[in-house]
Design a protein around this ligand. Structure first.
Ligand code: KDO
Length: 332
């Protein structure tokens, strides 16, 4: 579902959260909602690294597979006091603050390290501040989701993807926000919006031709059971932010805030290391499952995608000079 949020809705949500009761600082329940499964590496990192590090004063309560809050509504839920944490995407943030689409743009981030450098750089400060002030959400750390690739039902004999032209007419499921749909089109495909939790069935029944996600997600969600190939387009080095309620944060002592911040960074660091290892290891597993895995003409994809963003409505919302700063951080 695509929600269009006006600034007035935003202010109303933030006002509601401010009016909500203050938590007892030694018994805080941190409900976290994600469309990801319990075995997804980001979920594991939060449960195994974040949760024990804050256990003295907070109970971490994860909800997986979108069972508490539907994908894409988590930030709104935090803003209205119905949720304390989520694993938020830049694409979701762009629904509220269009300039966040810069972090969701194809072929901008170059690696996991580049994501961290961007997140910790001062270029990020005004972005973080705005989310905090206007949505009541703190972005604590950047989690690595991985390099997204095109994963199709068609066998490689039926369709070999070398250039964006080969994706013409391919119904590619992408998550349901503008920034995602734009990326799907920029790849040359026909993007179909759909929640993550519906993708397996859609692939199984053929209501879509394919989907895009990093290899660990293809394995964790068992998409390999219902697809036949992966073209390693690497079109997005994808990230999520650990999003935390500002209202809860403000009720913590300085020491507790430091513990939460440190725990979030430690979880993101551990999840990133594990996810990178999985990306390296999983090609062999997927080939054993019978999938064809190959690299298309990456220069053709990069050129085509970048040309779509240049001069687009999305790019018009990017603050002056930020793309250059991001690129400079990637060159280091
Ligand atoms: C997806 O819906 O394809 C996506 O990969 C988008 C991400 O931003 C993230 O929300 C992720 O799903 C879920 O956490 C499930 O892995």
């Amino acid at each position: 579902m695509i929600t269009t949020l006006t600034r007035r809705t935003l202010l109303a949500l933030t006002a509601a959260a401010i009016a909500a009761p203050v938590y007892a600082a030694d018994n805080i329940v941190l409900r976290m909602s994600t469309p990801a499964s319990e075995t997804d590496q980001r979920s594991v990192a939060l449960a195994e690294v974040f949760a024990p590090a804050v256990a003295d004063f907070a109970t971490y309560e994860p909800h997986y597979n979108g069972s508490l809050i539907a994908q894409g509504s988590e930030l709104e839920a935090i803003a209205s006091g119905d949720l304390e944490m989520s694993i938020a995407s830049a694409q979701e943030l762009a629904q509220f603050f269009p300039e966040f689409s810069i972090f969701a743009t194809g072929y901008v981030h170059q690696s996991a390290d580049h994501q961290v450098a961007v997140f910790n750089d001062e270029l990020m400060d005004p972005f973080k501040q705005k989310v905090e002030d206007e949505l009541g959400v703190k972005l604590l750390a950047v989690m690595y989701l991985g390099q997204r690739h095109v994963n199709l039902r068609q066998t490689k004999d039926e369709l070999t993807v070398n250039t964006p032209e080969d994706l013409a007419g391919v119904n590619l499921r992408m998550p349901g926000t503008d920034a995602w749909q734009f990326l799907g089109k920029a790849l040359g495909a026909n993007p179909t919006p759909m929640a993550f939790t519906e993708v397996y069935t859609a692939l199984q029944t053929g209501s879509v031709d394919g989907q895009d996600n990093p290899l660990p997600t293809v394995v964790d969600a068992k998409f390999y059971e219902v697809t036949n190939q992966i073209a390693l387009t690497s079109h997005l080095v994808d990230l999520n932010y650990i999003a935390f309620s500002k209202e809860v944060w403000d009720g913590l002592t300085g020491e507790q805030q430091a513990a939460v911040q440190e725990a979030a960074v430690a979880a993101a660091d551990s999840g990133r290391a594990e996810q990178l290892q999985k990306e390296a290891d999983l090609v062999a597993f997927l080939e054993e499952q019978g999938l064809a895995i190959y690299e298309p003409d990456l220069a053709a994809f990069r050129e085509h995608v970048q040309a779509q963003y240049a001069g687009s409505d999305l790019a018009a919302d990017w603050p002056e000079g930020v793309l250059e700063k991001i690129n400079a951080l990637g060159a280091q």
